[in-house]
Design a protein around this ligand. Structure first.
Ligand SMILES: CC(C)(COP(=O)(O)OP(=O)(O)OC[C@H]1O[C@@H](n2cnc3c(N)ncnc32)[C@H](O)[C@@H]1OP(=O)(O)O)[C@@H](O)C(=O)NCCC(=O)NCCS
Length: 504
């Protein structure tokens, strides 16, 4: 029996001996033409499949650790790589100058002075915040949603902030379940919250409860037992996960104690996401309110490293104070009216405006009201920013939420009217470097619409969200071995001598 090889050889032999060359050339030409036609027809599909492959490749790269749902395992894989990358960078560029410091900068609250490394987000003056490189609209598109939901789940944002990777739905579900598992409060914290006087501001209660939670700190315990510094991040991670899990319970307890006659927050449902459980514990069952919470808790999470709350946690953490102590310190900063408390201030100001001028206000009357605020030496809350120079994208996405869900709400209409008027007045006054609205100009109005009218409470919600950013960074700060933060301060006399100025 002839072998296959022989058959092939026979065929080739037959082909070259039986078919004349001209005929072969003609056949080859027709064959080539056919191939070209087929390629032309298939081209879009080939292109599509190539671009699909490219997209799949990108998604695969982004989800490099998609095979595991355990965040700590993903971190354990990422940390040594990042440590090496930064070590090499410092070796090569450690002595390179990146800016100059002027006397104005020192007196001006260190504006524009590059002095911190903060990995989780970066703020562009014109474009606004980017979480690990992704803008808010990109996050809204990319991050997993709850079944039937449209807003991103904060769990996904946390995963992104910690790893720099867009998580899969399974990874986000893992985070939800992990936080549900870790949510229980120790009894001394519950007792303390139950005993606070009702005139203690919700933010003070929030910060005090977080400080008291440090009885649970595995970081503090490990440190006291002499753990090696290479393991710090693991305990910072455990504390951060526990703390984030417990914050909605603390926040809901404060809310119920102050505004719902101390009624129970109920139990955590491990099948629900973090925001859904939080809404339930607060006593809000409207699905749209839960969606608002998901958006709210995502967008308030992080705003690079120099803002008061992020910088405070960074600073306090650098003394190796545990995540509870570092975060409660941050919350005391967030409670300031120029920072997080501005969302309360906006509502106080809007309510006073409504009371004085009534429901429907003419543009002219509104202008006068804004001018009166300025002339009385106060700021217009919700407007201006230390870094931003355009409308805050966090304002824009809340405005879009309002346009979708509450377009006819009178309070929203007032906020929209102010958006047309305040910037012009601030420009006319010529002091504020940024006349545009920030995140706080919008959030309270959305909360009011769903029945949460207790404006003193709003900054607590901000605080719950802010934990996601600053604690993600805290884990990295310990992983990267950031040292004690200790900038050099100077007296005015010392500064004058330094620059050669004559005193007086
Ligand atoms: C956010 C804020 C604290 C930034 O401060 P900043 O970096 O010092 O801002 P600027 O450099 O633009 O300030 C320059 C001047 O404009 C004033 N200014 C800034 N924003 C203003 C506002 N919304 N209303 C009135 N005046 C304002 C400042 O008070 C300052 O006045 P001064 O020279 O008399 O001290 C400031 O814009 C502000 O107070 N806004 C209102 C509070 C608020 O919404 N905070 C939340 C921020 S997310």
């Amino acid at each position: 029996m002839p072998s296959n090889h022989n058959t092939e050889t026979d065929f080739v032999h037959f082909f070259w001996t039986q078919v004349d060359l001209e005929k072969t050339a003609a056949l080859a030409f027709v064959f080539l033409l056919d191939c070209m036609v087929v390629l032309l027809i298939l081209n879009p599909f080939i292109w599509w499949s190539d671009s699909q492959n490219a997209t799949n490749f990108l998604v695969a790269a982004r989800n490099a650790s998609a095979s595991t749902t355990n965040l700590k395992d993903v971190l354990a894989d990422l940390i040594p790589k990042e440590q090496t990358r930064i070590k090499n960078f410092k070796q090569q560029y450690g002595k390179t100058n990146i800016g100059q410091i002027s006397v104005d900068m020192i007196y001006g609250g260190m504006r524009g002075m590059k002095g911190l490394v903060y990995e989780t987000s970066v703020l562009d003056p014109d474009e606004g915040i980017r979480f690990r490189g992704y803008s808010i609209p990109e996050c809204q598109g990319l991050l997993p949603k709850a079944p039937g939901g449209e807003e991103p789940l904060p769990e996904g944002l946390f995963w992104l902030l910690v790893t720099g990777q867009v998580p899969t739905e399974e990874q986000v579900t893992w985070v939800s379940k992990e936080w549900a598992k870790r949510a229980a409060l120790p009894s001394h914290v519950v007792t303390m919250l139950d005993n606070f006087p009702t005139n203690l501001h919700p933010m003070s209660q929030f910060s005090a409860a977080i400080t008291a939670l440090n009885s649970e700190s595995s970081f503090a315990r490990a440190y006291s037992e002499g753990v090696h510094k290479s393991k710090y991040w693991e305990f910072a991670y455990e504390d951060s996960m526990d703390l984030i899990a417990k914050l909605p319970c603390i926040a809901a307890k404060i809310y119920r104690n102050l505004y719902r006659e101390g009624s129970s927050i109920g139990a955590i449902d491990s099948n629900l996401d973090w925001s859904h459980n939080f809404s339930n514990m607060l006593g809000y069952s409207d699905a749209q309110f839960t969606e608002l919470m998901r958006l709210y808790l995502t967008i308030h999470s992080d705003h690079e490293g120099g803002n008061v709350s992020a910088h405070t946690s960074h600073l306090v953490g650098s003394a190796l104070s545990d995540p509870y102590l570092s975060f409660s310190a941050a919350m005391n900063g967030l409670a300031g009216p120029l920072h997080g408390l501005a969302n309360q201030e906006v509502l106080v100001w809007l309510t006073a405006l409504q009371k004085e001028l009534g429901g429907e206000v003419s543009d002219e009357k509104m202008r006068d009201y804004i001018w009166n605020t300025l002339k009385s030496g106060r700021v217009v809350p919700g407007y201006g920013h230390a870094v931003l120079r355009k409308t805050d994208p966090r304002y824009t996405c809340q405005r879009e939420f309002a346009l979708k869900h509450l377009p006819s709400d009178p309070m929203f209409k007032m906020v929209a009217q102010l958006y047309k008027i305040v910037p012009n007045v601030l420009l006319e006054q010529g002091k504020a470097k940024n006349p545009w609205p920030n995140v706080d100009a919008h959030s309270g109005v959305l909360l009011q619409y769903y029945g949460m009218s207790e404006m003193n409470y709003y900054t607590v919600l901000f605080g719950v969200s802010r934990a996601l950013g600053v604690l993600a960074q805290l884990v990295w700060s310990r992983a990267l071995g950031f040292p004690l933060e200790r900038p050099k301060s100077m007296s005015t006399d010392g500064l004058m001598t330094l620059v050669g100025a004559k005193s007086g």
